[in-house]
Design a binder for this molecule. Structure first.
Ligand code: MTE
Ligand code: MO
Length: 393
């Protein structure tokens, strides 16, 4: 691994913002407070959630750092940072969301396995880098390829971090070649986040960004790319981020029965209130984020102030002063939409939010219906309890 090494302990971790809520210390897993998450449309790097499976790698010599691209291609290569920087640079505004976002709420119904997360395991950044489709062209893979001449159908990304789940081996994941070689899918080898070089927590010097797909496929600290006939056989593809029905538990799980999760489902959450909040009677601003997987737009965000009996539509926006229109060219396709509405709250109640995407997918009402043993993809209606005045709830 020229230039990039992975410590085997946690003595060389980077500094992090003190207001992050730490869900696990080693590996470091943290998310911002709800109010911080929606304080700006582009999430500042220091508030961006951090999701790790091992100690953070270190670059000892950026000049020597290169990514090897090999496997079922005509023209394998080693690319240095300068080679990647020579390709056209794209800035893609995209929301990265962990499949485990909102897991804590799912585990309250029935215990699940995994790090607990509130509703802030996502963030929206401007990712700067080369398109993977352009990089693949350098090694002889044409745009929009389903299969290389040598039979490659999947593009595997391999890191250097030492993950317990991989028995000390590196984190890895793959995506289909057709997505990797499609310039419209905007898959990036990113070296910048919000206009600055990536920091160590987020994958310095180079990471993959797969927009619209669960964060687990956006491999950080990229070491090599391999074009393979089969999808990646690593732990995080085959034995982790898969969605099972509620009837499956650890006694009857068959990992081979399900596909690795790719797109994330329609999601929204209220960030201006805590799970249980006390307010003064009168006007209350209900605001938060909505995000759809696969590049779909947000068609609607519905808010209820009576526990889900009646609904009113919230205002949606991405850019201040520009009306948001789902799937229009003026919208950020891969990025979240903020919503806001002011409501009158005079007595104790439950405020609920649900979003609808441009394919008319809507969030499920109850977390029980989507409960799964790994606690992923909790996108049930988001509810907060509000108590008014001095009464208790
Ligand atoms: N090398 C490596 N890449 C990784 C991970 C990891 O542990 N190691 N975690 C993945 C998961 S599960 C998520 S959700 C995102 C989190 O990215 P972030 O920490 O930049 O927010 O990175 C993904 N890429
Ligand atoms: Mo994740």
């Amino acid at each position: 691994m020229p230039g990039l090494t992975a410590p085997s302990d946690y003595s060389q971790e980077p500094l992090r913002h003190p207001s992050l809520i730490i869900n696990a210390k080693e590996p470091f897993n943290a998310e911002p407070p709800r109010s911080a998450l929606i304080s700006s449309y582009i999430t500042p790097v220091h508030f961006f959630y951090k999701r790790n499976h091992g100690p953070i790698p270190l670059v000892d010599d950026i000049e020597r750092y290169c990514v090897s691209i090999n496997g079922l291609t005509e023209n394998p290569k080693e690319l240095f940072m300068n080679d990647i920087r020579m390709l056209p640079k794209y800035n893609v505004t995209a929301t990265l969301q962990c499949a485990g976002n909102r897991r804590t709420a799912m585990s309250k119904v029935r215990k699940v396995k995994g790090v607990g997360w509130d509703i802030s395991t996502l963030g929206n950044a401007v990712w700067g880098g080369a398109k993977l489709a352009d990089v693949l062209e350098l090694v002889g893979v044409s745009k929009f390829s389903y299969c290389t001449q040598k039979g490659g159908k999947h593009v595997e990304f391999v890191s250097v971090d030492k993950c317990e789940e991989e028995k000390g081996g590196p984190y890895k994941a793959s995506i289909p070649l057709i997505q990797a070689s499609n310039p419209e899918a905007d898959v990036l080898l990113a070296y910048e986040m919000n206009g600055e070089p990536l920091n160590r927590d987020h994958g310095y010097p180079l990471r993959v960004i797969v927009p619209g797909v669960i964060g687990a496929r956006s491999v950080k600290w990229l070491d090599s790319i391999s074009i393979n006939a089969e999808e990646c056989q690593g732990f995080f593809m085959q034995k982790d981020y898969k969605m099972f029905p509620p009837s499956v538990d650890w006694s009857n799980i068959d990992w081979s029965a399900r596909r690795p999760q790719m797109d994330f489902p329609i999601q929204c959450a209220i960030c201006s209130l805590e799970d249980v909040d006390h307010i003064k009677p009168g006007k209350v601003t209900v605001s938060g984020y909505a995000v759809a997987g696969g590049g779909r737009g947000i068609e609607r965000v519905d808010i209820s102030v009576d526990g889900g009996k009646n609904w009113i539509e919230a205002t949606r926006y991405q850019k201040i002063g520009v009306p948001y229109v789902a799937d229009s060219l003026s919208s950020y396709k891969w990025a979240w939409v903020f919503f806001e509405i002011t409501v009158d709250i005079l007595r104790n109640t439950e405020i609920v939010a649900k979003a609808v995407d441009s394919a008319a997918n809507v969030q499920p009402e109850k977390v029980e219906e989507i409960w799964n043993v790994r606690g992923i993809l909790n996108n049930s209606w988001h509810r907060v309890q509000v108590g008014v005045g001095r009464s208790s709830i």
